[in-house]
Each structure stands twice: as C-alpha cells, then as structure tokens.
Design a protein around this ligand. Structure first.
Ligand SMILES: Nc1ncnc2c1ncn2[C@@H]1O[C@H](COP(=O)(O)OP(=O)(O)OP(=O)(O)O)[C@@H](O)[C@H]1O
Length: 584
C-alpha cells in the first residue's frame, strides 16, 4: 500500500477526509449492527439474553428507548443509512482524487519533459510518452481507486471484528486467524498479478513506442510492400502483452472464484463449533456466523482490491520514475538579463562535442544583427548543432556565445527564445487547420497575424485557393499538402509571432527553384528588421545572403561577405577566402 502513502503525501486533505468518512461509515454500520444480537434474541424468544444483548438493551434504555423489535430495527436501518451517506462522501473524495491523479500525473510528466534538457528529450521515444500520458496515467489513477477501496473494506472488516469481540472474543480471534490464513493462502495469486502488471507496463511502452515509429513511416513501408515486417513485429509484442493480460485475468478470476467455497466451509465450521462445541444460544451463533462470514468476505474483497492495486501500481511507479528522471535532467536555470539584439551575435572559440565526439572546434562566428547569414557544409558537419547552440537547446563545452556582448547563459532564456522564429529540417504539421498550424493555438496571435505570415512565406496564394481557406485541414502530418506547401506553412509559423531572429534549417529544400527564389526574396526583404540565419545548400539562399560560411571539420570558413561588413560588425580576422562565388 505504498501507493496510498504516496498519494496521501500529494493529496493530504483529500486523503484525510476520505479516511475519516470511511472510518465513520464503518463505525455507523457497527453501531447499527449492535442491535442485531438483542433483536434476534427477542425474535427467537431466547429465555436468557447474552451479556452483550443486555448491555445493548441497557444503552437503548439509557437514551429513553424501549428495547422493542421496532426500535432495534430502526437503529439498525439508521446506522446503515448514515454509513451509506458517509461511504458516499468517502467515495466521492476517492472519485475526485482519481480524476485529479490522472490529470496531475499527465501534466507533471509533460511539464517535466518540456522542461528537460534537449539531449534528454531526444532520447525519449514519443510512443512511450503517449503511452505514459494515456494508459499509464489512467492505470495509476485506478490503482489509487483500488487502494482506497481496499483500505475502506479493511476498516469495515475491523469494525466487525470489534463487534465480534463483544459478542464472543473467541469467535472474533478465530475469524481473524482464519482471515489471515485465507489472505496468506491466496497471496500467491496477488503476486502473479503484480508480475503480470509489471510486464504489461513494460510491454505497453515498447509496443506504443514501436507503433508510433511505424506509423510515422507507413508510406515507404507500403510503397515497398514491407508492411508485413512491421505487422509481424507489432504482433509479436501484442502477443506478449496479451499473455501478460491473460495471466492477470486468470489470477484475478481465480481469487474471486475461491471466495464462495472457502466462505461456505468456514461458515459451516463456525456453525458446528458454536452450536456443538461451545454450546452457545442459537441467536449468538447466528450473529457470530454472520459476523465471521462478513469479516472474511470483507477481507477477501479487500484482498481482491489489493490484487488490482498490485497489477496496476507499476504504471504509477513507472510514470513517477519518468517524471523524476526528466526533472533530474531539467534545463539549468537561465539568466535574468533581458536580450537586446541590436548589434551582433558572436561565437568566440566555441567547442562542442556529443560525448567524446567533437563537432565544433574553437569556432568563431559573428552574426551581424539585421544581416542574412547562410551556413553551408557537408552533411553531419554540425550545422544544426550550431543552430541548437544559438537557441540554447545545447550549451558549448568551452568558448562563449554573446548577444550584444552579453553571454547567452546570462540572458533570460524564455525571452531570448521568444525572439526566435525557428524553421526545422522536418516539416511536422499538426492534423489541424492551416490557421492552427500557423498560430499553434497561441491566443496572442490573430487571424491577421496568420495571414501576414502566410503571405511573407509565399503560402497565401495556395491557401486562398483552398476550399476552406485558412480553415482547411492539412491531414495527418500535413499529408494533404505538397512538400513545398508544408514547408511554406512551417515558415509562416516561424514568422507569425514577429520574431527578431529567424533561423532556417534547410527550410526551402522541398521547394521548386522558382518558388524558392520567390521566398528567398521575401525572406531577404525581412532584413534588416529581422536577422536571418539559414542553413542551406541551395543556391537561392546563398545568393541572397549577406555572408556565407562553410562549416567543415568543426571550423568555419567564410565564402561570401565583404571584409567591410565584418569590420563594421566587429568580427575577428576572416579565416578563409571571401567574396567569391558560392561553392557549396
Ligand atoms: N543528439 C545527438 N547525439 C549524438 N550525436 C549527434 C546528435 N545530434 C547529432 N549528432 C551527430 O553530430 C553530427 C552533427 O550533426 P548535425 O545534425 O549538427 O549535422 P548537420 O551539419 O546539420 O547535418 P545535415 O546537413 O545532414 O543535417 C552528426 O554526425 C550527428 O550524427
């Protein structure tokens, strides 16, 4: 029941209210039931009342109530009504907490992941994340529900034990011993469920991670008639998951099925012991049998709930671990200074490596504000890495990056990033309208902002012609649009919030030369209001650039850009040939 403690710490008020109402419910039921023995005693016409019956009758008389059958039935029914009302209150708390648990876990995981370092985020399979948000959060919340119910049933069983103690302590002790024996005998089935639950958690993560990857590459798989490979891999994992689920169902049903015969045997044994061995009056034996069977059945139900906890809780711990590891790898806090972007962004002897693999080697670069800077270089040279450093997604191992003389790490990171419009290599669109794809649901952006951005990106012509204009839905990953149209929408997205620094990573690779030339001219016109840094091999982006740098073997060589520009923007001595025709 570690999970209940964990939730108790997170939701102390709710948990306390739940426990108090469930305890009081058990107490109310117990008080109502105390009249059962004298009631039966009166109804069966016992000549001598048991000690317990006499005490109950004395208490009733103390409250001015005559110990008639009607009074005792009324007390019993009232006890049940109060108990049910309190159970409702307790269960309402459980229900509310369950809803909160799922939502809070989802939000905590998403926040932790979005706040984690870029390198950590890259290692997370998106399918596993989707699984955590959907299935694991749900299973974790049901684990809490079952744990709370198990506890409620256990409390109820203990109330009955206390009543049984008053009726006959021997019978109460006997039922407790039998109860513990029953629980221990069936503990193996709980263990099986726990193992099956753990396997389900692991397999579900793997399955969804694999499924997401496969769904992302359905087109080439279908085109090459290779979907059977994906199908068989998915089926293999699904079969394993099925097997784990079957094990869990089997142990759950076995536990449920064993309840009937075990309780019948114990009741028969109790009847025999009470009547023949202990020679108790029939009313006492009936009450005892009722109590023993009720205690055992409550304990058994508590165990069934506990079994469900055992099978579901692994999802909670897996989710909690995912949240904690993401939090442990959180982005270091940025600085407090407001970014200005008036003069230049300067890379000074910047070195970066992934593990022990060097990518950038004491690199120098000046990006003048208001200019159009292009970066070229062979695949894998580290161009995207350089852009990631600029967006503070990565941090250099040595050297410094300064914006108007202020080190990047001293700037307020969020404010710096808000100055950036970023167009990534992959044109990932949401399955939503063009408008939603441009604004990304940002309430600060208007339809007019989206239209302006679409015009700037050269997308307005085809958007206008689309049947529903900006409300046209682009399909899964933008599948209803051409590659070039998708790229233009992604460029519009980067321009919608009026960035001061536009970063383009192979942003025009899917465009035909004419469209590309047109967009490049538009992008060029954005300068000097916007500083543009573009990674590209395409002639058009190189032609419009004020300076072009080639990245090779971790160093930069300038291949275009007048010496005066460099001096004007305070750049150090150029490293390579300058002013020549683009050679990339
Ligand atoms: N997260 C990462 N972890 C480890 N290595 C990485 C990571 N990201 C990139 N690399 C490696 O670093 C090198 C530089 O990658 P980068 O994406 O910056 O190159 P690029 O010049 O942009 O290439 P391309 O033109 O093909 O996009 C590559 O060899 C790549 O394999």
């Amino acid at each position: 029941m570690r999970i209940l403690l964990a939730f108790g710490r997170t939701y102390p008020a709710r948990t306390a209210l739940m426990l108090i109402s469930l305890f009081l419910a058990g107490l109310a039921e117990g008080v109502g039931l105390t009249t059962l023995l004298p009631l039966l005693s009166v109804a069966l016409g016992d000549e001598t009342h048991s000690e317990f019956s006499l005490e109950v009758i004395a208490i009733l008389q103390m409250f001015g109530l005559a110990p008639t059958v009607v009074t005792m039935i009324t007390v019993m029914v009232l006890g049940m009504i109060v108990s049910s009302a309190l159970v409702l209150l307790g269960n309402r708390q459980v229900g509310y907490t369950v809803a909160h648990v799922a939502t809070d876990l989802r939000v905590a995981l998403i926040r932790a992941l979005l706040g984690s370092r870029w390198e950590y985020y890259l290692r997370q399979p998106t399918g596993a994340l989707a699984n955590s948000v959907a299935t694991e959060a749900f299973r974790a919340s049901t684990a809490y529900e079952h744990a709370a119910n198990a506890l409620a049933l256990f409390i109820q069983a203990m109330v009955y034990v206390v009543i049984a103690l008053f009726v006959s302590w021997q019978a109460a002790v006997l039922s407790l011993i039998l109860g513990v024996f029953l629980l221990l005998a069936l503990q193996r089935l709980v263990k099986t469920s726990r193992h099956a639950g753990k396997s389900q958690t692991r397999l579900m993560r793997e399955l969804l991670a694999h499924l997401t990857d496969t769904l992302g590459s359905v087109k080439p798989l279908k085109a090459m008639a290779r979907e059977d490979i994906a199908d068989s891999l998915l089926r293999h994992r699904a079969d394993e998951l099925n097997h784990a689920m079957e094990r869990e169902v089997m142990s759950r049903e076995a536990l449920r099925a064993l309840q009937g015969p075990m309780l019948a045997t114990l009741a028969a044994g109790g009847l025999y012991a009470g009547l023949v061995v202990l020679k108790l009056p029939l009313s006492s034996v009936m009450v005892l049998i009722f109590l023993v069977v009720r205690i055992l059945s409550l304990l058994h139900k508590a165990q069934q709930r506990y079994q469900r906890v055992a099978s579901q809780e692994s999802a909670y711990w897996a989710l909690q671990k995912a949240i904690e590891t993401a939090q442990a790898d959180a982005e270091p806090g940025g600085g407090k200074r407001a970014p200005s972007l008036q003069d230049a962004i300067v890379f000074e002897r910047v070195s970066f490596s992934y593990g022990d693999r060097p990518i950038l080697d004491a690199l120098d670069l000046t990006i003048p504000v208001g200019a159009f800077t292009s970066l070229v270089g062979p695949s894998g040279a580290g161009k995207t890495t350089l852009l990631d450093l600029l967006c503070v997604l990565l941090a250099p191992q040595s050297g410094s990056i300064r914006v108007d003389g202020v080190p990047l790490e001293e700037l307020d990171r969020q404010r710096w990033r808000r100055l950036i419009g970023y167009v990534p290599q992959e044109t990932l669109l949401l399955h939503d309208s063009i408008l939603a794809n441009v604004t990304l649901g940002d309430p600060a952006l208007t339809v007019a902002d989206a239209e302006r951005a679409l015009r700037q990106a050269g997308a307005w012509e085809f958007v206008e012609k689309s049947p529903e204009g900006m409300q046209t839905v682009v399909g899964e990953r933008g599948g209803k649009l051409s590659g070039g149209q998708r790229q233009r929408i992604v460029i519009a997205r980067a321009l919608a919030h009026r960035p001061r620094l536009l970063i383009l990573d192979e942003a025009t690779s899917a465009l035909d030369p004419e469209s590309e030339a047109a967009i490049c001219q538009t992008l060029k016109q954005l300068t000097p209001a916007i500083t543009v840094v573009a990674v590209s091999h395409r002639p058009a982006l190189i032609e419009v650039a004020d300076q072009v740098w080639r990245l090779q073997e971790g160093r930069l060589v300038r291949i275009k850009g007048p010496r005066e520009t460099c001096r004007r923007f305070g750049e150090r001595a150029p490293i390579g040939p300058e002013g020549g025709a683009p050679t990339a």
